[in-house]
Write a protein that binds this ligand. Structure first.
Ligand code: HEM
Length: 130
């Protein structure tokens, strides 16, 4: 009888451990998924040609644009990153140059090459007075 009880207890413990592992995996998995696929911008983005002054007006956590120069074409591009601020894995450092030129910071070693794939979703046009 004792042996039966011990076996039942061992089984219950094993099940509990399995359950905990599954839960941890689910949490970890969704974290990885959120890194790979940040949500698309919620707002409708208006594409245009902007001046530095116009971009500079969007310099808060709730309304945040960045200028990032495309290294290959040399084109000065503007991005409405508002909906990404809270998703940014590097936290509020993304606001360091809010409303201004973030080219140098964006090309920093902290960023994996995949950041380039994220940018097009936030594109709102070009800069007319670089
Ligand atoms: C299009 C997407 C992204 C943009 C526009 C962006 C932009 C920025 C900017 C402007 C900074 C500040 C750099 C500086 O002033 O020196 C920064 C910092 C950083 N970013 Fe991003 N980022 C993006 C995506 C990511 C991703 C996907 C990761 C990680 C997987 C990441 C990790 C970091 C880290 C670790 C920092 C430094 C944080 C600190 O200094 O405290 N970023 N990012």
């Amino acid at each position: 009888m004792d042996a039966l009880l011990a076996a039942a207890a061992a089984l219950a413990a094993a099940l509990l451990v399995l359950l905990l592992i599954r839960r941890k995996r689910a949490q970890f998995g969704s974290h990885v998924a959120s890194l790979a696929q940040p949500p698309k911008p919620k707002r409708e983005l208006r594409i245009g040609a902007w001046t530095r002054a116009e971009v500079a007006a969007h310099n808060t956590r709730e309304d945040m644009w960045l200028i990032i120069r495309d290294k290959r074409s040399g084109e000065w591009r503007v991005y409405d990153m508002t909906d990404y601020v809270e998703e940014h894995p590097g936290g509020y450092a993304i606001l360091n140059n809010a409303g201004g030129d973030a080219t140098a910071g964006f090309h920093g070693p902290q960023h994996p090459p995949t950041v380039f794939d994220l940018l097009p979703d936030y594109y709102v046009g070009t800069l007319v007075d670089p």
